[in-house]
Design a binder for this molecule. Structure first.
Ligand code: G3P
Length: 220
């Protein structure tokens, strides 16, 4: 499963990129707005920093205008993937972008039925929002498992990107479900690496090592 960062913050992207585990970035209008900068500048900087896929989201709702914007955004870099929303207009624009050879990510997906539509237009990625499904007292992981099973049974080539992940167990369970990609905020990425037993173990190793150095120095 490829690990993506769900952010538009260059500081966060550079840090996780240095870990050697970053395969891509997803952005959305909210995340870009948090940077308080020109969107084009933000997108270009991310595209240059990351070797893998970077999702850039369209910000107009009508199919024709969405197609035009998506085609323009795709010119920003070979690693650009264009996000279109799961709406009739998003499907229309997405289908045209796919026909032009542009890779699209169908976003704001909350049901297996929507995921089938995304696969049928030939989307490169479908993004079910797990955490937001949980937020309305439903089961995001169950929806993800259903999508993965349907795609497997049907032989769809669209990659399943588990989005709106809120904690490490979302990531683990998405991997078990067979998601191709998991995108998560910086806070979740940093929690993946943490384990109290790692900290306790390392602390003990360092103490024992220092004690040995002291012992050798005193005996010399
Ligand atoms: O970027 C798409 C998705 O991951 C958003 O997540 O945390 O805003 O529900 P969230």
């Amino acid at each position: 499963m490829r690990l993506f960062l769900d952010t538009a913050s260059m500081e966060e992207i550079r840090e996780i990129n240095r870990w050697g585990v970053l395969s891509g970035v997803t952005t959305n209008p909210t995340l870009v707005a948090r940077e308080h900068q020109d969107a084009e500048r933000v997108w270009k900087e991310i595209l240059a920093e990351v070797d893998g896929d970077v999702s850039l989201e369209t910000t107009v709702l009508e199919a024709g205008a969405m197609y035009e914007q998506g085609a323009d955004l795709a010119q920003m870099g070979p690693n650009a993937v264009i996000k279109v929303p799961m709406t009739p207009d998003g499907l229309k624009a997405g289908k045209r972008l796919v026909e032009d050879g542009i890779r699209i990510n169908v976003t704001l997906v909350f049901s297996p039925a929507q995921a089938i539509l995304a696969a049928e237009i030939g989307a490169y990625i479908v993004s079910p929002f797990l955490g937001r499904i949980d937020d309305v007292a439903s089961d995001g992981m169950f929806v993800l498992r259903q999508i993965c099973e349907i795609y497997d049974v049907q032989g769809y080539g669209t990659q399943v990107l588990a989005a709106s992940l809120r904690h490490p167990m979302h990531v683990v369970e998405a991997a078990l479900a067979g998601a191709h990609i998991a995108t998560m905020p910086y806070e979740v990425f940093t929690k993946l690496v943490k384990h109290p037993l790692t900290d306790i173990g390392l602390n003990q190793f360092m103490k024992d090592w220092e004690a040995l150095q002291k012992e050798l120095k005193e005996g010399a």
